[in-house]
Design a protein around this ligand. Structure first.
Ligand code: GLV
Ligand code: MN
Ligand code: MN
Length: 420
């Protein structure tokens, strides 16, 4: 029987999931372990059960939905992504890889295919760093790349610990149990929107990802001195926000100074205390994100930022604490899986290009423990992390079809070689 994706059903499911949000439509906000996140998870799990998949969850809430193969003891083939969404996000980041992964499995089921290796759909917990300051919580723990004791101590900005939040959401047990045993998966593939403009501009339906850029993020806490906005004269001030403002501009120039288009840096959080128009800011917390495909160049930018922080703190007489949140090495995708994805595109007559991912993904961490690669599909104007993020049902359908083909090949294959 033919391998066919049900585009309209998938579009409908993405629409329903997009509507499960803390903010009114068209905005999707679904921060980890909020009520919206839990409703989103319930929706996905229900669909997985309807497809006959065996569902389980681990101590941090990663969900695994397994289509059991004819040789269930072999390492499985994994696919999936995340459904949490940053504040004021769109509907496709992550969700395409989860619901597209499910539809790929259903398309294989409808075609009469029987997997040799089990095929498992993963929904990772907290790919987004919004709540606990560090992205890819679930996949870091799966890969043994985040110490369980460090994970337990993570807190959100209200002081709620990861442990309390997960327990409240119904996920219990030691975080150290999340780590996957060796050889759990033989290969992993994540389908995702590109989140950039290249595929659309060059009119390619598919991108085959060969490398994933490396993010590093810092939290900088600055303490100056508060006071009355009218009464304290300018020379006497130790304004924490002005120090933060200088640092933010230095972050931009440090990124630009490499001359490489792959170096990017963003100050995306700035909390000002006490946050009153007639009060000099006494405390400010900023969070920034620096990325590059070249780790040493990225680390050079981090060093420049640290030097600026010292200089600004001295000159402005503020105290400053830099807290590294993460600094991950870039990943190269596994050539053997990249080849399978390329062949899957060719089999179905899709043109594709090789590309790097400038966004990070759970695949960055899965790639440390299992041969991994990613499929990108175009999204309108490259928009992402904003409510007008959009990928057409056709684009999603094509990506899903290629994913289904790749999963079939990987689940029938004996061993994957070339794991870096
Ligand atoms: C993932 O959401 C990223 O920020 O790259
Ligand atoms: Mn995202
Ligand atoms: Mn994503």
């Amino acid at each position: 029987m033919k391998l066919e994706v049900d585009q309209s059903r998938l579009a409908q499911e993405l629409e329903t999931l997009g509507g499960i949000s803390e903010a009114p439509s068209p905005v999707t906000t679904r921060v980890v372990f909020t009520e919206a996140d839990l409703r989103g998870r319930a929706f996905v799990k229900q669909l997985c059960r309807e497809a006959g998949l065996v569902v389980r969850e681990d101590a941090v809430g990663n969900a695994f939905a397994r289509w059991v193969g004819t040789e269930p003891d072999l390492p499985a083939v994994g696919t999936g992504s995340h459904i949490d969404a940053i504040p004021n996000a769109g509907r496709y980041d992550g969700t395409v890889g989860v619901l597209g992964g499910l539809e790929a499995i259903r398309a294989l089921q409808r075609s009469g295919f029987r997997p040799r290796r089990s095929i498992e759909l993963l929904t990772f917990t907290s790919e987004e760093p919004t709540r606990f300051g560090i992205g890819c919580l679930g996949s870091r723990l799966l890969g043994g790349l985040l110490d369980a004791s460090v994970g337990e101590q993570l807190k959100d900005k209200n002081g709620t610990s990861l442990d309390d939040a997960r327990t409240h959401a119904g996920f219990t047990g030691p975080l150290s149990d999340v780590r996957l045993p060796k050889d759990y998966y033989s290969a992993f593939v994540e389908l995702h929107i590109e989140q950039g403009p290249i595929l659309e501009a060059r009119q390619f339906p598919i991108g085959v990802v060969t490398a994933i850029a490396a993010p590093a993020s810092l939290r900088i806490s600055i303490e100056g001195e508060g006071g009355h906005a009218g009464a304290v004269l300018m020379p006497d001030r130790r304004d924490a926000f002005l120090a933060a403002a200088e640092i933010a501009l230095a972050v931009e120039s440090a990124a630009r100074s490499t001359g490489a288009e792959d170096t990017v840096a963003t100050v995306g959080v700035c909390d000002v205390f006490p946050g009153a128009v007639n009060s000099i800011p006494s405390r400010v917390r900023i969070e920034l994100d620096v990325r590059d495909i070249d780790q040493s160049r990225r680390d050079g930018v981090l060093r420049k930022i640290a030097e600026t922080c010292d200089e600004v703190a001295r000159r402005r007489r503020v105290t400053l604490r830099i807290q590294p949140l993460n600094a991950d090495p870039p990943a190269h995708c596994a050539p053997a899986v990249v080849n399978v994805l390329s062949e899957a595109c060719e089999t179905h007559g899709f043109g594709f290009m090789y590309m790097i991912s400038r966004a990070y993904h759970d695949s960055l961490f899965l790639s440390r423990i299992v041969p991994t690669a990613m499929l990108f599909i175009p999204c309108r104007s490259g928009f992402s992390h904003r409510p007008d993020e959009y990928a057409s049902p056709e684009a999603i359908g094509y990506g899903t079809l290629v994913l289904a083909e790749a999963l079939a090949r990987l689940s029938g294959q004996d061993v994957i070689v070339n794991h870096a």
